[in-house]
Design a protein around this ligand. Structure first.
Ligand code: ARG
Length: 562
């Protein structure tokens, strides 16, 4: 990043104050009358016990002629700087175009981050509730990687628990291999729902389910074979969806993976003296921390979700020696993670503060057609298919001759759905509306993709030949604001990681797109003056690259034509 604030600060002289201290206070200004950057001097005036207005005045008159600042003005306790826009813009563009992988960095070098995300449950489809974890986890993974971290993406499969006993009973009663093999998850869900309906009048079914689960726990071959069958069916379908979303994981170690690690996890906690027995169950008492006990093992000896997470933490630390382990999981599990992390703290592990729950809000659908009804979850694949269909019909009416229509519609539909989970502060609940997310205007992925495609199309139209760029064409506010904004890309990525907040990137890209479109409409890019056009296209190119990379980091593709 070109640090323009630093360059300005170096021209400012205030007794006893360093350029760094000055740079830190300089702000960007968006008001043409008040310059491009402003320095409030109140703090320094206080330090020097002088009048801020007098100090501002003094600073303004002391600035010498230089490359960067065109004029200075003192206004109240502020010094306003008007920069030489053409020079600054050219400087930024040259910097961006000569920096490989602009925005990437090495700050993560040598550090490992585990990211537990998407974490599906076997025999259940990815539903709309998984959109947040999938999109946010994937984005954090990609941004962290771009900043040099070694990332381990973990899909902590929900492949353990009494529900699998239920599923086996249901399968034995009403299922058959071929139907499930061909019908996949829809068929599995059908028999699972039927189990719950029938068990209401037939409590014996629940007992049978417990028996089957006990067999799974004992490692009984027949029971485990069935569990693996359900797992295969689930993963087969889910993988297709992950492929469409272009999401990959480094590890699929889920709950069942920790079966043979339960005892040592328990021994570990036991050796720290923090396990108590309550009604025959093994728990960690968390009363002093105003939390219900962390349940580890049930009275009947069955291990619980929290103990599996303890085992997973110990395993991940040993296997990856992570610097941080992130859990991108809905806020409904706030208590669970507070309990587990507190348990690790009480067990005295020195890395308990490196375990972070990255909580996010719920997604619901605005229109009734696909609302969540009892026993009827909204499948992510259905939402995506519907978005893709709608995208195709929009393309058919707006740009029917587009080549590769189907594949563009896929990219637009998938992108729109992904973006909807990334553009709001992650903790907020969101209501999903097809019309809104597929709009080519406003804060949507198609708007970003469309702006990116507009940049691409300019290169096709330009009939470029080799020429010297005439940078004087950048002496205007719209070019300057755009350059100043794209210059900020590296800082934006750092901020995303600092707060684990993809919406910072999503909103930034919207600003870039808006700023570009303003520039595009105000300054004709295609021009008879080849030198001017050549310069303008350099700015277009930098913008296009940032939109492309930014979208990619959000997990969204950017087709060159739309
Ligand atoms: N499978 C769980 C669910 O869908 C999420 C698992 C989150 N990860 C973890 N290590 N507990 O609710």
């Amino acid at each position: 990043m070109k640090d323009i604030k630093q360059l300005i600060a170096q021209q400012v002289n205030i007794e006893g104050i360093t350029a760094d201290q000055i740079a830190q206070l300089i702000v960007e200004v968006d008001d043409a009358d008040k310059g491009d950057y402003a320095l409030p001097v109140f703090k320094f005036a206080k330090q020097l016990s002088c009048n801020p207005m007098a100090l501002a005045q003094q600073v303004a008159t002391s600035i010498n002629d230089n490359d960067i600042i065109e004029s200075v003005q003192a206004l109240g306790g502020y010094v306003n700087f008007f920069v030489r826009k053409d020079i600054v813009v050219a400087d930024i563009i040259n910097h961006i175009s000569t920096t490989a992988n602009y925005g990437s960095s090495e700050i993560g070098k040598g550090k490992t981050i585990c990211i537990d995300y998407s974490s599906i449950n076997i025999a259940k489809p990815l539903h709309i509730g998984h959109l947040g974890t999938t999109a946010i986890g994937n984005c954090l993974y990609k941004v962290l990687k771009y900043l040099g971290y070694n990332c381990i993406g973990i899909n902590h499969l929900g492949d353990w628990g009494t529900q699998f006993g239920k599923l086996i009973v249901a399968y034995k009663l009403w299922g058959d291999k071929d139907t499930i093999e061909n019908g996949g998850l829809r068929e599995l869900e059908k028999i699972y729902v039927r189990f719950h309906v029938e068990a209401e009048n037939n409590p014996q079914l629940d007992q049978q389910a417990r028996d089957w689960f006990a067999r799974i726990e004992r490692g009984d071959a027949k029971a485990v074979e069935l569990l693996n069958f359900f797992k295969r069916i689930t993963l087969r379908e889910t993988m297709q969806l992950y492929d469409r979303l272009d999401i990959k994981f480094d590890s699929w170690n889920g709950e069942s993976f920790y079966n043979d690690k339960m005892d040592s996890a328990l021994d570990f906690l036991q050796s720290k003296g923090i396990i108590t027995i309550s009604d025959g169950a093994q728990v960690v008492d968390l009363t002093p921390y105003n939390m219900p006990p962390c349940l580890l093992v049930k009275k009947d000896g069955a291990s619980l979700y929290a103990l599996r997470d303890v085992a997973a933490i110990l395993y991940r630390k040993a296997e990856y020696n992570f610097d941080k382990c992130l859990y991108v999981v809905a806020y409904q599990q706030n208590l669970h993670f507070r309990q587990v992390f507190k348990t690790m703290e009480l067990a005295g592990v020195d890395y308990y503060q490196d375990l972070l729950h990255i909580a996010y809000g719920m997604v619901s659908l605005e229109d009734g057609a696909m609302s969540t009804r009892k026993g009827n979850t909204v499948w992510l694949v259905d939402v995506i298919n519907r978005a893709v269909d709608k995208a195709l019909s929009i393309i058919n009416s707006k740009n029917p001759d587009l080549i590769d229509k189907e594949s563009v519609a896929e990219q637009v539909g998938v992108g729109a759905v992904m973006f909807s989970a990334l553009c709001n502060s992650r903790i907020k609940d969101i209501t999903f509306s097809f019309d809104r997310v597929l709009s080519f205007e406003g804060e949507t992925a198609p708007y970003l993709q469309y702006t990116h495609a507009r940049c691409c199309s300019l290169f096709t139209k330009a009939e470029q030949e080799d020429c010297q760029p005439d940078y004087r064409v950048f002496n205007n506010s719209s070019a300057f604001r755009l350059a100043r904004l794209i210059n900020r890309f590296p800082a934006v990525l750092a901020d995303v990681i600092d707060k684990y907040e993809p919406s910072i990137l999503a909103n930034y890209l919207i600003d870039v797109a808006k700023c570009f479109n303003k520039y595009y409409f105000e300054q004709r890019i295609i021009s008879d003056n080849k030198q001017e056009q050549c310069a303008k296209l350099l700015l277009v190119e930098a913008t296009k690259n940032i939109l492309h990379k930014g979208l990619d980091l959000l997990g969204i593709s950017a087709p060159p034509r739309m």
